[in-house]
Design a protein around this ligand. Structure first.
Ligand code: BJW
Ligand code: ZN
Length: 243
C-alpha cells in the first residue's frame, strides 16, 4: 500500500537521524522556486535556442559571442536571486549529520549563498571563468561581462567554468562524489530529471551499495520506481519538513 506523505516524511526523518553519512544530489528543480529556469521544463529556451544546445563546446567554437551572450543573460538573471527554503533547510541538515556531502549539478551558487559548506559542484560554477589557453581560473561577478572576456595572463578567450555536453567532469570532484555516494547510509535526490550522466546514475550507485535512496521532485522521473521512496511536490515545501 502507498504510504501517506506524513508517513514517508517520518521514515526519512528517522533515517536522517540514524545516518552517519548522508549525500544529497540536487538539480535545477531545487532552484526553480528561487526563479532559476530549469533546463527541460518550460523556460528551457533563450531566444529561439534550447539551453542545452548552447551548453556545448561545439556551440562555443562556432559562435563564442552567441554563447557568451547566453551566459551573460543567465548571469544577469541569477545575480539578484536568493536561496529558497529548500537550500536553507539543506544547510541546516548539514549541521546535524556527522558526514554530509551536497553534490549539485547546479552552477548558480545558491547552495553557497544558503550556507551549505561541503559542496561538490559537478558541473562547475557560472561565477568562475576559465582560460581556453592557459586553463587559469578567475572568479568574476561582473554583470554583464565585457563582450568577449580575455585572460589577463595570456590574452586567450575566457569561457564559463561550467561542464558542457561531451566534456569530462573534473576527475577530482567526480572521484570525491563517487566515493561519498558509495559509502553513504542515505541519499536524497532532489529536483533533477535524471537525464544527464554521470550524475543521473549516482542514486542507483548508492542503492546498489546499500543506501536508502529518497527522491524529491515535482513529478516522477525514470528512477522513481527504482528508489526506495518518492516524495512528490515542491522542494521548498518538502525539504524543510525534514529538518
Ligand atoms: C522540481 C521543482 C521544484 C522543477 N521542486 N523539483 C548518449 C548519447 C550522447 C551523450 C551521452 C550519452 N550517454 C551519456 C552521454 C553523455 C552526456 C549525457 O548524459 N547526455 C544525455 C543527455 C544523454 N553527458 C555528458 O556529456 C557529461 N560528460 C560526460 O559524460 O563525459 C564523458 C563522456 C563524454 C562524451 C560522451 C560520453 C561520455 C557532461 C554533462 C554536462 C551537463 N551540462 C549541463 C549544462 C551546465 C552548464 C550550464 O548550466 O550552462 O548541466 S546540461 C544541464 O543538464 C545542466 C544540468 O546540471 C543538467 C541536469 O539537469 P537537471 O538539473 O536535472 O535539470 P532538468 O531541467 O533536466 O530537471 C529539473 C527537474 O526538477 C525536473 O525533474 C522537474 O520535475 C524538477 N522540478 N521544479 C522539486 N520546485
Ligand atoms: Zn590564459
Amino acid at each position: 500500500i502507498e504510504q501517506s506523505a506524513e508517513e514517508k516524511i517520518r521514515v526519512v526523518k528517522e533515517k536522517l537521524a540514524q545516518s552517519k553519512r548522508v549525500v544529497v544530489l540536487t538539480g535545477a528543480g531545487i532552484s526553480a522556486e528561487s526563479g532559476v529556469p530549469t533546463f527541460r521544463g518550460e523556460g528551457g529556451l533563450w531566444r529561439q535556442y534550447r539551453a542545452t544546445d548552447l551548453a556545448t563546446p561545439e556551440a562555443f567554437a562556432r559562435d563564442p559571442r552567441l554563447v557568451w551572450e547566453f551566459y551573460n543573460w543567465r548571469r544577469e538573471l541569477l545575480a539578484p536571486l536568493k536561496p529558497n527554503a529548500a537550500h536553507f533547510a539543506l544547510a541546516e541538515i548539514e549541521k546535524k549529520v556527522p558526514h554530509f556531502t551536497l553534490i549539485t549539478q547546479n552552477i548558480d551558487g545558491l547552495h553557497h549563498k544558503a550556507g551549505s559548506r561541503n559542496i561538490l559542484e559537478l558541473h562547475g560554477n557560472i561565477w568562475w571563468l576559465r582560460c581556453t589557453g592557459c586553463s587559469g581560473l578567475v572568479e568574476d561577478r561582473t554583470v554583464p561581462l565585457p563582450e568577449l572576456p580575455l585572460c589577463k595572463a595570456c590574452g586567450s578567450l575566457l569561457r564559463p567554468h561550467v561542464v558542457w555536453f561531451g566534456e569530462m567532469l573534473d576527475p577530482k570532484i567526480l572521484d570525491q562524489a563517487y566515493s561519498t555516494v558509495q559509502k553513504c547510509d542515505l541519499m536524497m535526490v532532489i529536483g533533477t530529471s535524471g537525464t544527464v550522466q554521470p550524475a543521473a546514475s549516482m542514486g542507483m550507485q548508492a542503492k546498489n551499495a546499500g543506501a536508502m535512496v529518497v527522491e524529491i521532485n515535482l513529478e516522477p522521473t525514470p528512477y522513481t520506481a527504482a528508489y526506495h521512496l518518492s516524495l512528490i511536490g515542491k522542494a521548498g515545501d518538502i525539504v524543510p519538513l525534514l529538518k
